[in-house]
Design a protein around this ligand. Structure first.
Ligand SMILES: [Zn+2]
Length: 481
């Protein structure tokens, strides 16, 4: 039996986070009524001229720099010609042989083992529109929604350095994380802001030549990327084992049947007849312009993770959770600026804030929650607990009802929630509880020391949760010994 090795390269399309389209001022907002965000330019009317969106160029440069690429001072716009209903001009404006960035890399981790995947190129292009075949909307017809047409994208093309489906999924996850950190792309895969094509081939172990590849189109989740590639590797192995040959073709992942299906073969494949776009001059970037963007790059996840463990003393586990998402990391740092105990703040953010966020189950709503004011509230709350001003129980109660504009310190003052830590006022309550529960006291004295929790609970209840539980514990134990 021949042993085979998979060879995988990914082409990821990331929608740039701009307000307007690449060559006109139409809005890029997702979810608008069909054909609302259109104009003569993005509808491809004759005689109109594209005007480049400078902010999209900034973001493409950020993406390139964040992924360690060389940014080219001169790149070129080309027309990619094909005829399809979602492409009103009959061509897509893209970059071909002179892209904006080349030769970067991404460090990917799978099961604790890291590997480097080289990035071949990043080029800018406009998105196509969207065909609507959905019977519910279109009945027996097909329509085109041009809202997406002309939205700015970068296509990030890796070298075929990926060797497993798991590594491909990890690559996509890490790429999404970095693009979100950079503010280049919102990474919303359900809305199609990030999607990928995977080129998959296999070859006998030891062989250096590439095998014939198939292209898996338009995958929009980490899970699907892994499943589709796994399936495709096995399918190709079976074809070869049964004496067949792999046909170069485009295939689609059927998410229901969990199989890849042939969409078109190489013979039908497009010949795009690229040529430089006569309407757009070369994109020429001053070196100082590129350098300015470089100085504005944020700290990226790998650097942040390292700093959290070495400088802040957090565990690898905590640091990983906090740096997974740029917004969460930023929120943690803002709360930490209010009260400088990293471990205590980390615990609150991870155990309380993130747990609460998960119930929202929506990235946008979650991001909107993580405001500066909220970070201030969390910082205050942790400070109150750590300074023994309120008990953990009271802190959680305050947290549960926290509203915008609330100040935990003010709530504690106004509602008299300060922790009671003086023996003089707690002792009488303990005596009362013990006197009321002689049977429980007897049990305790007979060796049922787990009754302690019951007594502590009763005293805490008497004080509305305000007694210092540690002190209550000590006092009861002393009295019953
Ligand atoms: Zn437009």
């Amino acid at each position: 039996m021949t042993r085979y090795e998979p060879v995988i390269g990914l082409e990821v399309h990331a929608q740039l986070r701009t307000q307007s389209k690449l060559f006109c001022s139409c809005s890029t907002a997702f979810g608008a009524d069909v054909n609302l965000h259109t104009c003569a330019v993005c509808l491809g009317m004759p005689g109109v001229l594209p005007v480049l969106n400078r902010h999209a160029v900034d973001l493409a440069i950020r993406a390139g720099l964040g992924l360690g690429c060389t940014i080219h001072p001169r790149s070129q716009w080309s027309r990619k010609n094909y005829f399809y209903p979602d492409l009103p001009k009959g061509y897509q404006i893209s970059q071909y042989d002179q892209p904006i960035a080349t030769d970067g890399q991404l460090i990917v981790e799978v099961d604790g083992a890291t590997s480097t995947v080289r990035i071949m190129r990043i080029h800018m292009e406009e998105d196509a529109a969207k065909n609507v075949h959905d019977d519910l909307i279109a009945g027996n017809r097909s329509y085109v929604d041009f809202n997406r047409g002309g939205t700015p994208l970068v296509e990030i093309v890796s070298q075929p350095d990926i060797r497993s489906a798991a590594q491909a999924a990890a690559y996509m996850k890490t790429l999404r994380q970095i693009l979100r950190y950079l503010g280049v792309c919102d990474g919303n895969m359900e809305e199609g802001s990030l999607r990928c094509d995977a080129n998959v081939s296999i070859r006998p172990v030891g062989e250096t030549k590439l095998g014939t590849r198939t292209e898996l189109k338009n995958i929009n989740s980490f899970r699907f990327v892994q499943q589709a590639i796994e399936y495709e590797i096995e399918r190709q192995k079976e074809v070869l084992a049964s004496g067949g040959t792999i046909v170069q073709e485009t295939r689609l992942w059927d998410t229901q049947a969990k199989v890849t299906r042939s969409m078109r073969s190489k013979e039908e494949a497009h010949d795009y007849r690229y040529f430089p776009d006569p309407d757009l001059p070369n994109l020429v970037l001053e070196p100082s312009y590129i350098e300015n963007i470089r100085t504005e790059l944020p700290e990226l996840p790998a650097a942040k993770l390292k700093r959290y463990t070495t400088e802040l003393g957090l565990s690898n586990y905590d640091a990983n959770i906090l740096t997974e998402d740029a917004e969460i990391a930023l929120f943690f740092e803002k709360a930490l600026a209010v009260f400088k105990k990293p471990k205590a703040i980390a615990n609150w953010v991870i155990n309380e804030v993130l747990r609460k966020l998960k119930t929202q189950n929506d990235d946008t709503a979650a991001a909107a929650t993580l405001t500066d004011a909220y970070a201030q509230q969390i910082g205050e709350l942790v400070e109150l607990v750590e300074d023994n001003i309120i008990s953990g129980k009271i802190a959680k109660d305050i947290f549960a009802d926290l509203k915008a504009g609330d100040s935990p310190k003010r709530i504690v003052d106004e509602h008299g929630l300060k922790q009671v830590s003086d023996v003089g006022s707690i002792e009488p309550l303990i005596d009362e509880v013990l006197a009321k529960n002689p049977e429980s006291v007897a049990k305790y004295k007979a060796g049922r020391t787990n009754m302690l929790g019951f007594f502590v609970g009763q005293v805490m209840k008497q004080t509305g949760g305000k007694a210092n539980p540690k002190l209550v514990n000590e006092l009861i134990q002393k009295k019953l010994s």
